[in-house]
Write a protein that binds this ligand. Structure first.
Ligand code: CIR
Length: 252
């Protein structure tokens, strides 16, 4: 599930102001490439209507979580993003039963990482303990174990950790204490950019990797994985990575 780039993208929430300002036309072009890569990788892409006045709405991952056979609409941690959830909930409800969370819980989907039967939930600037509890209420009855993981420096947990298989994670040291991810295998991504550890597993097993993170691609190729490079620079300048541009119903 993806949501197109709004005209207001330049007003999105960023840790430091984007300079030069975010380029909507370029972001739209990159978003088209992203959706095409998902399709070429075996996903069927569903589009939630664009919300021109909601600057961060292309970062659809943060608005809903799907674990197993159930969905959960989030209550985003940044107040400016709360109005994004309605149309996503509506679209998701066509595929899975959808639960909702309420105050005081806050939860961003970028903090929820499912790998095999485990669900790691980042305790971050955006996701609080009640948000973790809401994920547990969704996942545990379906047989998943839920682990809360304090996020150290990154915006979200997945800003610096993602799965490349059901047993293996890519991890950047700025994201969290890797010991909390045990017993999964953790591959450390070198360099200063945590987003180098944010990749998307395609439905056909190939891995979508940001084009300028050559070290990540090399690590994965060394492991015998097939890598698909993609450029999403405008979204990176708005603090987003590859995972945040979609909600994947069967892969994370
Ligand atoms: C925000 O600050 O909320 C957006 N500008 C970026 C969200 C990125 N989402 C994600 O990594 N899951």
């Amino acid at each position: 599930m993806v949501r197109g780039v709004p005209a207001g993208l330049a007003d999105s929430v960023t840790a430091v102001p984007a300079d030069p300002p975010l380029d909507v036309a370029l972001a739209r072009h990159q978003h088209d490439g992203y959706a095409a890569a998902l399709e070429a990788g075996g996903f069927r892409v569903r589009r939630v209507p664009v919300a021109e006045d909601l600057p961060d709405s292309a970062f659809i991952e943060d608005t809903a979580v799907v674990i197993g056979e159930r969905g959960l609409v989030t209550r985003p941690g940044h107040e400016s993003r709360r109005r994004e959830v309605g149309p996503v909930a509506e679209a998701l409800a066509r595929h899975v039963p959808v639960d909702r969370i309420s105050e005081p819980a806050t939860l961003d989907g970028g903090d929820v990482l499912r790998v095999g039967e485990r669900v790691f939930v980042g305790l971050s600037r955006r996701t609080n303990r009640a948000g973790v509890d809401a994920v547990a209420a969704l996942a545990e009855p379906q047989g998943y174990s839920v682990v809360a993981v304090p996020v150290t420096e990154t915006l979200h947990l997945k800003s610096g950790v993602s799965a490349v298989s059901e047993e293996t994670l890519l991890w950047h040291r700025a994201s969290c204490d890797a010991r909390l991810l045990e017993p999964l295998e953790v591959i450390e991504v070198p360099g200063d950019d945590p987003e180098a550890a944010n990749v998307v597993r395609l439905a056909d097993g190939r891995i979508l990797v940001t084009e300028h993170h050559a070290a990540t691609a090399e690590l994965l190729i060394d492991r015998g994985l097939d890598v698909v490079p993609i450029d999403v620079s405008e979204f990176a300048r708005a603090d987003g990575g590859l995972t945040c541009l979609s909600i994947r119903l069967k892969w994370d």
